[in-house]
Design a protein around this ligand. Structure first.
Ligand code: GLN
Length: 194
């Protein structure tokens, strides 16, 4: 089985490890460049993207991560992880830098105060057997995408899942449900690139 890392600087790492393991991958935490070098794919979890970006810099991970994403390592970002994969954020906090990899502009905390956290059924292109339950927690949405980006899902008129080459991202958190079909899709991407 392919070895898939979960970036373990901050965020809901454990849930992703469990979801990946049940989707037939060997899952392990990644915190250092040496650990990153050993994985076939990487998940960037949900959490807080400003903190995650600062910790990535502190751990000397920003450039190694950019390098591997640029060279085509399969990567999947959920929520804060989607923000990390954006080439551009509309409202970055000071000191917040993304890794990039997906030609998209992202709006953080986009669904607003009234609707900070909610669940909604989402049809996701590439996932068969019906919609997935989307858990949205202070979720971003994708404001716009470039020509190379495939939109996989929209909710309420906003883009909430995308793919560009080997990079996959969702605004919501499939790792918080018992349904691991989205992780299965990512494991298939890793196998195809393996
Ligand atoms: N709002 C968070 C951020 O900007 C993302 C929230 C999440 O990952 N659940 O990073």
């Amino acid at each position: 089985s392919p070895v898939i890392g979960v970036l373990a600087l901050q965020g809901d790492v454990r849930e992703h490890l469990i979801a990946l393991a049940s989707a037939d991958a060997v899952a392990r935490q990644v915190r250092r460049p040496e650990e990153l070098a050993e994985v076939d794919g990487l998940v960037i979890p949900g959490g807080e993207s400003t903190t995650m970006s600062k910790l990535a810099a502190l751990f000397g991970m920003t450039e190694p991560l950019r390098e591997r994403v640029r060279s085509g390592m399969p990567v999947y970002g959920t929520c804060a992880g989607l923000i990390m994969l954006a080439d551009k954020i509309l409202d970055p906090r000071s000191g917040q830098e993304t890794l990039g990899g997906i030609d998209m502009i992202v709006r953080r905390n986009a669904f607003g105060r009234q609707n900070e956290s909610f669940e909604a059924s989402v049809e996701l292109r590439g996932v068969v057997d019906g919609p997935v339950e989307g858990v949205f927690i202070r979720a971003p949405w994708v404001e716009s995408v470039g020509a190379e980006v495939e939109v996989l899902a929209e909710y309420d008129g906003h883009i909430v899942a995308v793919r560009q080459g080997n990079a996959l991202a969702t605004s919501f958190h499939p790792e918080l449900t018992g349904d691991h079909r989205v992780h299965g899709l990512f494991v298939d991407m890793v196998r195809a690139a393996w």
